[in-house]
Design a protein around this ligand. Structure first.
Ligand code: GLC
Ligand code: CA
Length: 556
């Protein structure tokens, strides 16, 4: 297998708004980030991925960009960015930018022009269609609810927006748009950044024909994401991007690809396909979805999770590269989701989940606060939320459709909503968790007095120290990066057991996903009994049985 730095890297995702506020306005910023680079160096990560830092009216927290070459004022200036880049590089940390080019903000100069008239030179930068029978051109519904079309009375046409109304989709069919995007990317690369995380990149190529799809959303539309995912020209566009930009630099590139299959992923992230390094697949994020999509209280069924993870591990092996993640800014906190965030089990289950993921093949992504075992937020009122997705869905489920009561929906939001990940980073036990001296833009989780970085950095038994050790081990042992993966006991509902093999070396990873004490299967007992040592474990001593949320990695 060919060695690559991005295969050996561990990426840390920063959500800038919530990481560290330096000037007391309640919003995280670049000087704040710079002040915490030593913390990240201590953790040992090799790359930071920044959720968007660009100028934005913040309809979707920076994922609606109004200028790709300017820094959002509340985050600082381009000089602050350059200083951050420089300071990160000095510490051996690379910088990956979020690239949001499926859509822009409706405040972007291109769209302001585009909207002016049908013959404006920028008209074709976006997707405009005539009404059909006086209504929307198709029955497509946006990812945040409502129609994916917005009418413009002035020019009597609709524009497509797969996300918020303020996020019009760019028209990738237009070669001028592609050139604008590639020029902008080259500009960032010339600045010295080290890669791109590509927002909803699987949605950029729209179908050849615009027609109605099956009605499958709660509010009576056809989900647009299912219609546009992996569209007819997406690979062609990415090959162009690779030729015009990516191939000229030594970058980490990861595509966010909802609805992607392993077959598709081998195309996006194949070693020889000339597109991207890796993709974020979503299948495992849907194992606890149900008839109301993610807004469901479904428990994790472990065999289902194992099947998905293992399929990705084995089907991509030797052909393409995996990304590994439990958390990001769109997902609830993993320790609350599939671990156990009670006082008794939070630390141990956070470590177990980390072991399971970091022992797989692929590039691991850590989302800010995950390394502290940060938990979901106890939302009780909709006013506590900021996220457009939460607010729109609350409206649909409670007020419009009456599917859930207020209490039920708030409970589901506390389990699944995106704002669980977006509450401020918990640095210490002082006011506002040390995140800000002002009023934070989103509530701080009240458990910051117990869960915070300061109390963990020097505690060798902390979740932080455990992540640090996992990162260190990955740097030390090629088998963790390159070893072949094999699943054992696929049907076991409590244990996740797999091996990694590289040449004559072999690791056996045993994780108890339950809060029960579990007997090891007999044949596994033999292997663990004859182990040649332990690589890492989350309890400090050995035992005959697996204790609640126990994780052990043996050399066998
Ligand atoms: C991606 C981002 C998400 C954003 C959406 C629209 O899924 O991760 O935060 O809302 O794209 O840009
Ligand atoms: Ca600030």
């Amino acid at each position: 297998m060919q060695r690559k730095w991005w295969k050996e890297a561990v990426v840390y995702q920063i959500y800038p708004k919530s990481f560290m506020d330096s000037n007391g306005d309640g919003i995280g910023d670049l000087p704040g980030i710079i002040s915490k680079l030593n913390y990240l160096k201590e953790l040992g990560i090799s790359v930071i991925w920044f959720s968007p830092l660009y100028q934005s009216p913040n309809k979707d927290n920076g994922y609606d960009i109004s200028d790709y070459q300017a820094i959002q004022e509340s985050f600082g200036t381009m000089e602050d960015f350059d200083r951050m880049l420089d300071e990160a590089h000095k510490r051996g940390i690379k910088i990956v930018m979020d690239l949001v080019v499926n859509h822009t903000s409706d405040q972007h100069q291109w769209f302001i022009e585009s909207k002016k008239s049908k013959d404006n030179p920028y008209r074709d930068y976006y997707i405009w269609k005539d009404p059909k029978d006086g209504k929307e051109p198709t029955n497509w519904g946006g990812c945040f609810g409502g129609s994916a079309w917005q009418y413009d009375g002035e020019t009597e046409q609709y524009y497509l927006h797969q996300f918020a109304i303020g996020q019009p989709d760019l028209n990738w069919e237009n070669a001028v748009v592609r050139k604008e995007v590639f020029d902008m990317m080259n500009w960032w690369c010339e600045k010295g950044i080290d890669g791109f995380r590509m927002d909803v990149i699987s949605l950029i190529s729209k179908p050849d024909v615009y027609e109605d799809g099956p009605i499958n959303t709660e509010d009576g539309y056809s989900a647009v994401g299912a219609i546009t995912a992996n569209g007819p020209r997406v690979h062609e566009y990415l090959k162009m991007m690779n030729e015009e930009v990516l191939s000229k630099y030594d970058l980490l590139t990861v595509g966010e690809t909802s609805g992607v299959t392993t077959e598709e992923a081998k195309q996006y992230a194949g070693f020889n396909t000339g597109e991207l390094n890796m993709v974020f697949q979503f299948e495992h994020m849907d194992v606890d979805s149900d008839e109301h999509g993610k807004w469901t209280m479904k428990q994790l069924y472990l065999p289902a999770l194992k099947e998905i993870m293992s399929k990705w591990q084995t089907e991509l092996a030797d052909q393409a590269w995996n990304s590994l993640y439990w958390d990001n800014h769109d997902q609830p906190r993993i320790v609350s989701r599939w671990g156990n965030d009670s006082e008794q089990y939070r630390v141990i289950s956070a470590k177990m989940l980390a072991t399971c993921l970091h022992m797989m093949q692929g590039t691991p992504y850590i989302y800010q606060g995950e390394e502290l075992g940060m938990t979901n937020y106890p939302f009780t009122e909709i006013e506590q939320a900021d996220d457009i997705e939460i607010i729109n869905n609350y409206h649909t489920y409670v007020e419009e459709k009456g599917i859930y009561t207020h209490e039920q929906m708030m409970e589901i939001i506390s389990r699944k909503g995106r704002d669980n990940a977006r509450t401020p980073m918990q640095w210490n036990d002082s006011e506002n968790a040390g995140f800000s001296t002002g009023i934070p833009w989103l509530g701080v989780n009240p458990n910051y007095t117990v869960i915070n970085a300061e109390s963990q950095i020097h505690d060798k038994d902390s979740v932080f120290s455990y992540y640090k050790e996992l990162i260190r081990l990955r740097k030390e042992h090629d088998i963790i990066v390159y070893g072949k993966y094999e699943l054992l006991y696929p049907q076991d509902e409590k244990l996740y057991v797999f091996t990694r093999t590289l040449e004559e070396k072999k690791l056996l990873v045993v994780c108890n996903f339950s809060k029960d004490t579990v007997e090891l299967p007999e044949d596994l007992k033999k292997q663990t009994g004859m182990n040649k040592g332990i690589l890492i474990q989350n309890y400090s001593d050995e035992s005959e049985v697996l204790r609640p949320y126990e994780a052990i990695v043996y050399w066998v």
